[in-house]
Design a protein around this ligand. Structure first.
Ligand code: SF4
Length: 427
């Protein structure tokens, strides 16, 4: 475990900050709106995806009154509001601030924290990560250095089940069996055992160590010339901690299934998925009406409603939300595509909907171009629009595309076959 040592705060030099301003990441935020083809877009960071009911209601009102009424869930459990009216940025910021969704304007784009969404609800996991979540968010917002993180830097707080530990975060804290946790930097070969109390502070320190090494030239640990193990060693040195240990079995699990969330002592909540991550105003209203105290947005574009009664499940299903694993929408994702994105070669969301088939299998992700915004991290089927109007379909395993289909005339059949891998051939 770590020695209780306070670490000096990190303050970038004026030269460094000047260089950083020259090369900012382009991630949108709640204050820095992105000019999309269909209007302005705001991305609102929701640490851990946790929203109080009143905050969810405020978000829904903002989307209806300032945007097109829809809310889009991202692969980090954040929310995007699209088609915002021109010049509404100040009003949006005012509303977010009033509802507690903007605790620090300087840090609004760096509060990227994913956390096991079922933590404390279903009897799995080694700890409840919500205290870590609250503390890490508070530490982030209080850190001068952390304001210089990019909008892409990601923290993951895993309760030990291995769900968000598989999301390739820059800094991961994973609960260990018994007590304590492991701190991992990027894909480091080692982890640092830390006590539960020290875990959030150690996570922030790892991010500050990254900032010093990156000097504003890279946004993610994986892009850094310095190996992740060296960053971890630096964290160990500053904390005067014992040497890291080899990464223990880092098994990862999947996303929460839609339906009832049950614990050994009975039903504890509901889990739903949003088709392609898009929530209509009516769906959001039903979710907020069904919620008891809070909603938890998941990095898999779902929503957990802790303690919501089972009777609400049919109401949620009636709005088109996914409430059972057998839904053909389960595992299907897509970027925004046309008409929202100028780079897109196709209306991928319409094409994905048209190609829906029962049967499931590997997750499938449709992209309008090779950037593949929001694609899943694990094994999946990658469907990318081509210049000629067709799609390239690849099966991705262990980060490698293992087979490719080119522009099948039977797109839906080819995608279904790739997901189940029962009848396809290489080209
Ligand atoms: S993957 Fe390409 S088309 Fe899709 S949203 Fe990203 S940039 Fe746009």
């Amino acid at each position: 475990m770590l020695a209780a040592v306070s670490t000096p705060p990190f303050h970038p030099s004026p030269q460094a900050t000047a260089a950083w301003r020259d090369r900012d990441d382009a991630c949108p935020g709640a204050l820095r709106l992105h000019a999309a083809d269909d209007g302005a877009l705001a991305r609102i960071r929701i640490p851990g995806g946790v929203l109080r009911v009143d905050q969810a209601e405020a978000l829904g009102r903002a989307a209806r009154e300032l945007g097109d009424g829809e809310l889009h869930l991202t692969s980090r459990g954040n929310v995007q509001v699209r088609r915002l009216a021109a010049g509404c940025g100040g009003e949006l910021a005012k509303r977010l601030g009033a509802s507690g969704l903007l605790p620090s304007q300087r840090h609004e784009r760096v509060r990227n924290i994913v956390a096991s969404p079922l933590s404390g609800l279903d009897g799995r996991g080694f700890t409840d990560v919500r205290p870590w979540l609250r503390e890490l968010d508070a530490l982030l917002c209080a850190s001068e250095a952390a304001a210089w993180l990019s909008g892409r830097f990601l923290f993951a707080l895993d309760d030990g089940r291995g769900d968000v530990a598989g999301l390739s975060a820059d800094v991961t804290v994973r609960a260990a069996p018994g007590e304590g946790a492991w701190l991992r930097v990027g894909a480091s070969d080692a982890v640092l055992p830390v006590s539960s109390e020290e875990a959030p502070r150690a996570a922030l320190l790892a991010a500050e160590v990254f900032l010093e090494a990156a000097k504003g030239q890279t946004w993610r640990v994986s892009e850094l010339a310095v190996p992740a193990d060296e960053l971890l060693s630096d964290v160990v040195r500053r904390l005067r901690a014992p040497q890291p240990t080899a990464v223990p079995g880092w098994q990862v699990t999947g996303e929460p299934s839609p339906g009832l969330v049950t614990a050994p002592d009975g039903m504890t909540g509901l889990s739903v998925l949003a088709p392609l991550g898009r929530l209509t105003a009516a769906q959001w209203a039903e979710l907020t009406a069904s919620a008891v105290r809070e909603l938890r947005l998941t990095p898999w574009r779902g929503v957990i409603l802790p303690m919501a009664p089972v009777s609400r499940l049919s109401h949620l299903a009636a709005t088109g939300l996914i409430t059972e694993p057998a839904s053909p929408w389960t595992g299907v994702g897509a970027c925004i595509g046309r008409p929202g994105c100028a780079k897109s070669r196709a209306d991928v969301r319409t094409d994905a909907a048209t190609a829906l088939r029962p049967g499931g299998g590997l997750p499938v992700y449709w992209s309008g171009c090779e950037r593949r915004c929001g694609r899943p991290r694990g094994d999946h089927v990658d469907v990318v629009a081509e210049q000629d109007g067709g799609y390239r379909i690849s099966v991705v395993r262990d980060g490698l595309a293992q087979a490719t289909f080119l522009n099948s005339p039977l797109l839906a059949t080819a995608v279904a076959a790739a997901r189940t891998q029962d009848q396809f051939h290489d080209q």
